[in-house]
Design a protein around this ligand. Sequence first.
Ligand SMILES: Cc1ncc(COP(=O)(O)O)c(C=O)c1O
Length: 390
Amino acid sequence: MTGSLRHRFPALAGNEWARFDGPSGTQVVDSALKAMVDWIESGLTAAAGGPFAAAQECQALLDRTRVALGQLFSADPSGFSFGPNTTTFNMMFATAVSETLKPGDRIVGTRLDHDSNVTPWRRACDRSGASQVLADFDRATGVLRPESVIELIDASTKWVTVAMASNLLGTMPDLAPIIEAAHAVGAKVFVDAVAAAPHHRIDIGSLDCDVLVTSPYKWYGPHSGVLWCRPEIMDDLDWWRVRPAADSGPRKPETGMPNFEAIAGIEATVRFLLEESMESVAAYESDVFSHLWDGLARIDGVRRIGPDDGQLRAPTAAFDVDGVSPATIAARLNNEKIAVWDGHAYALEVVRHLGLEQSGGVVRAGVVRYIEHDDVDRLLEAVARIARGH
Ligand SMILES: Cc1ncc(COP(=O)(O)O)c(C=O)c1O
């Protein structure tokens, strides 16, 4: 296993913060920071594809970054589009799909999903007269069995919208049988990979999904969103666009001028992950996460919420402490320079299904590549003190 990479994250240098807030956004890797500054300083900023050198360099940056993303995610590079974040893409995608839906059509989603993969589809259904049904996960284990999604898929199903990982519980459902069942009835599959992509290698080609979204700011890049869509599906969609904008290809969903400096950062981040390799990221994080997850189990009064049997998961720990609200725990940890989130983290359906909405949701502590054993020790000691009532 490779060792510490803390030195690659300038924002972590010279402060004592333990940043378990990775699932809501990671710190930026040094090479991406440099690439963004270099890009802006270079004078290459222009509008892509024009008749002079800088404009051609902008186009080259888009092309290069798509190829790099294609390598990272084993996908057709011409399917990648750049945008401000995943939620905006989901809203726009679901709006475009709503034009194709009619009363009687069905969208199958899950209660495990972040709201950005739930509400846009509900609104698409409201507009079109289609209906949305959501598969439940198991309350006791946090596991979403593929069968609970598959049994909702019928001949009227047009889209299946699923999370590759829960941003709150870390659960990673087995998507292969779900995708197979959807395709068997002619439905398409939209995968929210935001909470999975920072932690595991994703092979879009073998997964055989139709659309996949991910946010580079969750994997050490700048705030931005990336959408991969089968080119023929994007070409067919009636995406809202101005008349001179592209009507086909990956520029179609990119309303207006792309954020080139962010894209320069995305390219550098993708190269960082390719060099580091997602397999080695996963192995490193799995070791640190076990230390956290097992340590939480040893603290009296702590209840861990989420998959617990060694299956594939994102290294995100959700927990609560008997008699102390999640908000109080997060505030106490903040006093000790330990960053965690409390609440629902936009996974509204998850906390509702767990019956935790009124009690303030959960505490969420995420492991990413720069979290180390000493950070986990600090977190565990602080949680143990809180649980003991000190
Ligand atoms: C699983 C998941 N999906 C979607 C989103 C939304 O991402 P964005 O902030 O890029 O819109 C998040 C953000 O936390 C997430 O964790």
